[in-house]
Design a binder for this molecule. Structure first.
Ligand SMILES: Cc1ncc(COP(=O)(O)O)c(C=O)c1O
Length: 427
């Protein structure tokens, strides 16, 4: 499509888009009576209007039935989980029984390490990206220490190309090949949190499997953002949080994918709890752990129904909007953002912004990370003052992510023009 830098054009894109009314399904924060331009869906997605109602339904059921709420009422809590797995299976490209919703992301990464990091002879290394999200790094460090291992010796980090921000797939594949006799696991993110680079999950998984190594992914920035086909790509496991693109609220309950080939594997290690026990006999309270033969077999504890409810409210919006429509708008909205940012860059006498997110469409999702070459913090502060919510990462990066469910083309246009004015004023 031939884009234009004009408010009329941006408004036309909004008007024509099949998702134009979905902004109304969300509460948009305001400052001084004016709606913010909220481009922080990569950090905490906005609240769907129906979240309160879904949470209230749980409170009412609790009030009416007490513990019997698990079995009674219009939505017995015991089966509530199924209502989450179905929409999630479409979003991450899995079979519903390959998904479970439990705990939070870092907890789940530890749990998956228990199952998928197998120490076999000299095979004890883990391949990951350099500068993975800090929680993943702390997870590795402390998990490995628990086995008496030193993360500095175990982790093989793949770095960006010389003088670049992007990690090349070829370098990941070469690292797998080079270290295959020592690798026990490949654990990458789906999208790097800092520069928004999308990794080629399918190719990485294939290469790991060809070398007899398992491959898992942290999809915090990928779930609900980009197309995923976890089952078809043969990924072994994946974990994600639900408070970013999945709009399920701060500290929302997280998701896990475990490929079905592991569901009946009696030899796989896991940390178990009664909520992962065979559903038909769970309440017999017998000795000896018998896992549910689905990803639910990895559950440990009684889930928070309040967190389930806010997750359901958000996933209902995804179902109503249609995942393919969301992906189509994501592409158009992000393309428009890049077009407008190029337009800003070209209108400046000198270069003030460098993109550290890859430009190729298949290597980026909603997020764009801007390396600010001068006065980055001042620019960020001025954007906040103008009601544009983006985020700041040390030492000089502004990250922003317009999302298709509630952001508009008009907001992208406005943001770019506010940024242009600020950059000219800061000179
Ligand atoms: C890539 C990545 N991994 C892990 C985490 C930590 O998630 P949690 O706090 O839900 O455990 C985050 C949080 O933003 C993240 O972006």
């Amino acid at each position: 499509m031939q884009f234009e830098n004009s408010l009329v054009f941006a408004k036309q894109l909004d008007e024509k888009n099949p998702l134009k009314d979905f902004r109304n399904a969300f509460i948009i924060p305001s400052v001084n009576g004016k709606e913010q331009i909220y481009f922080l869906g990569n950090s905490l997605g906005l609240q769907p209007k129906k979240t309160k109602d879904e949470i209230n339904k749980i409170l009412e059921q609790w009030a009416s039935y007490g513990v019997e709420g698990f079995f009674m009422g219009s939505d017995p809590w015991l089966d509530y989980h199924d209502r989450l797995r179905k929409p999630l299976s479409e979003i991450v490209g899995a079979l519903p029984h390959e998904i479970t919703v439990m705990n939070q992301l870092t907890v789940n990464l530890h749990l998956m390490m228990v199952s998928f990091y197998e120490l076999k002879g000299k095979r004890n290394k883990i391949l990951c990206e350099a500068k993975a999200f800090p929680s993943d790094q702390y997870m590795f460090e402390t998990h490995l220490r628990h086995y008496g291992l030193n993360s500095d010796e175990i982790l093989i980090e793949v770095k960006p190309g010389e003088g670049e921000n992007k990690i090349y797939t070829e370098d990941i594949l070469a690292a797998i090949e080079k270290n295959q006799d020592e690798l026990a696991l490949v654990l990458f993110s789906g999208i790097n949190y800092y520069n928004g680079q999308v990794f080629d999950i399918k190719t990485i998984t294939e290469a790991a499997h060809d070398a007899g190594i398992k491959a898992g992914f942290d999809l915090a920035h990928a779930a609900g953002n980009i197309p995923l086909q976890l089952h078809d790509w043969d990924v072994d496991f994946a974990c994600w949080c639900s408070y970013k693109y999945l709009n399920s609220g701060p500290g929302a309950i997280a998701g896990v994918f475990i490929h079905e080939r592991f569901h009946y594997d009696k030899n796989i290690n896991r940390f178990a709890g009664w909520w992962g026990y065979d559903k038909t006999t769970r309440f017999k309270m017998e000795k000896g752990f018998k896992p549910i033969p689905t990803a639910e077999g990895w559950q440990l504890s009684t889930p928070s129904l309040l967190l389930y409810a806010s997750h359901k409210a958000a996933l209902d919006v995804f179902e109503e909007a249609g995942w393919n429509n969301i992906l189509e708008k994501q592409k158009l909205l992000t393309d428009y953002l890049w077009f407008m940012l190029d337009d800003v860059n070209q209108s400046l006498a000198e270069k003030l912004i460098e993109f550290i997110t890859p430009r190729k469409a298949e290597e980026r999702g909603c997020q764009v990370s801007l390396l600010m070459l001068q006065k980055g913090r001042e620019v960020f502060d001025a954007l906040s003052k103008a009601g544009v919510m983006v985020d700041w990462r040390e030492p000089n990066v502004i990250r922003l992510a317009p999302v298709p469910l509630y952001n508009q083309f008009e907001e992208v246009w406005q943001f770019a023009n506010i940024l242009r004015q600020i950059l000219k004023a800061e000179k």
